[in-house]
Design a protein around this ligand. Structure first.
Ligand code: GLC
Length: 439
């Protein structure tokens, strides 16, 4: 490793060690002081390079929050902390008859677990601890998929829905703006804490937070009952990132299930996956935009915007090679590269859209986990030059700014700025840098 990379490598390890809390890793001290679902998956991929045992523990800690119906919550409140809103009292998971003993949220996040187990297995299969670990958590991961296909796919389409913007992981993308317009949320007085840590101009607006909380209040009033949520939630969306992650995780659980002789599970996973891939292609691709878009299941309409989620089908191996080349034109003299190549890859929202905001949370800035998924996707399709560019841009940001939460994609701005945006010492930025450097 070059010495500059070695320095970055050491700093990334330092961040993970600092954020490690005896069994799991917080995404960011103060700002996100608990365990988050998809963060823990990305973080486990960092740990696997330096301490395999910790990567196992990360996942086992996540599963302590799994509900009896297989559902995996997006936040596990292992520990008390008063620096985050909405905390366990607001989310009130005990209202569900299925809730775990540990307090959690009652919404989920992209299903990274199966995919991450597959990555860990591929990386560490020679280690005698690996297969027993995979075997120990396999059934829990399978049950999480069973939950999604049973309760989140009311028309048996093979595409599951999310019912809250926080379930997407891309919390504040402009894609939701059209949904907020259909909602008449009360004007709650909220004790937000995120704005205490981070400049308000880089975070969601108060009105947006009122919608986020209103959805949670509705779900609580329905005791987090899935059938009622499917029938009544004003937010019901088929998300290309969430479903790509599910497909990638199905694939990994099929491979691992074959190793573990899980015949019935493998056969069910294959059925789900065939349908999911088919419908994903048919329903979510937008050939004018050359990318996959979200579908608003509540209001029966596609939400026709490109975002970094539009390209995550690549890492899951969903599109044909032809469609993949059509999609990557967005990065080559296209919307995401800027006409004069004046953008770093990869903005989280279409830079040509009026709703693009290069500074604000998921409305434009670069996020490292999405870059990493796109990088892996481009590699899967042998788009090596472009994959290298995503890698180069990612490492540039990490070297120049450190492991922030998100970054301005404009090269002009990059020449002037000294800090990244959002939380500093952000765990998945550090973990995925370790993964990139060790590949
Ligand atoms: C932010 C991100 C979300 C992440 C969480 C914890 O809310 O939008 O994707 O899981 O922080 O890092």
């Amino acid at each position: 490793m070059f010495s500059m990379n070695q320095k970055l490598h050491d700093k990334a390890i330092e961040v993970l060690n600092k954020n490690w809390k005896d069994g799991f890793t917080v995404p960011c001290e103060g700002l996100y002081p608990f365990q988050w679902d998809w963060d823990s998956g990305f973080i486990a991929l960092g740990w696997m390079h330096i301490d395999l045992e910790r990567s196992f523990m990360e996942i086992k800690s996540l599963l302590k929050g799994q509900w009896s119906n297989g559902f995996i919550p997006h936040i596990i409140f292992h520990n008390p902390a008063d620096t985050y809103f909405p905390g366990p009292e607001v989310q009130a998971s005990h209202l569900s008859p299925f809730a775990s003993k540990i307090p959690t949220s009652g919404i989920t996040q992209p299903p990274v677990l199966g995919w991450v187990m597959g990555e860990i297995y591929t990386f560490a299969k020679a280690d005698p601890r690996t297969l027993p670990f995979i075997s120990e958590v396999y059934d829990a991961a399978y049950r999480a998929h069973q939950y999604l296909y049973t309760h989140r796919d009311p028309h048996n389409e093979g595409l599951v829905y999310i019912c809250h913007n926080w379930e997407a992981g891309t919390d504040n993308t402009p894609v939701w703006d059209a949904i907020w317009e259909t909602m008449d949320s009360p004007e709650y007085e909220l004790e937000r804490k995120d704005n205490v840590h981070i400049a308000a101009s880089h975070r969601p607006s108060n009105r947006e937070y009122q919608h986020y909380i209103h959805l949670i209040e509705l779900f609580k009033s329905w005791h987090y009952d899935d059938a009622t949520i499917a029938a009544k939630s004003p937010f019901l969306v088929q998300d290309p990132l969430f479903n790509a992650m599910l497909i990638a995780s199905n694939e990994a659980l099929i491979t691992l299930g074959n190793l573990l002789n899980k015949t019935a599970e493998v056969s069910q996973l294959k059925k789900w996956n065939t349908l999911s891939k088919l419908r994903y292609e048919e329903k979510l691709y937008d050939s004018d935009l050359k990318g996959y878009v979200y579908y608003d299941l509540r209001n029966n309409r596609p939400l026709r915007h490109l975002s970094s989620s539009s390209f995550t089908a690549l890492f899951a191996g969903i599109p044909s090679a032809e469609r993949a080349s059509e999609m990557v034109s967005n990065f080559q003299g296209g919307r995401f590269s800027g006409i004069d190549n004046n953008l770093l890859l990869c903005a989280s929202f279409d830079p040509e859209s009026e709703q693009f905001d290069p500074k604000r949370y998921w409305r434009g800035p670069i996020w490292i986990n999405l870059n990493w998924l796109i990088y892996r996707g481009l590699q899967r399709y042998h788009q090596d030059t472009l994959a290298d560019r995503v890698k180069k841009d990612t490492l540039h940001l990490m070297e120049k700014y450190g492991f922030y939460e998100y970054f301005d994609p404009r090269k002009e701005e990059d020449a002037l700025l000294t800090d990244g945006y959002g939380g500093a010492n952000f765990s998945w930025s550090a973990a995925l840098t370790l993964d990139i450097l060790n590949r």
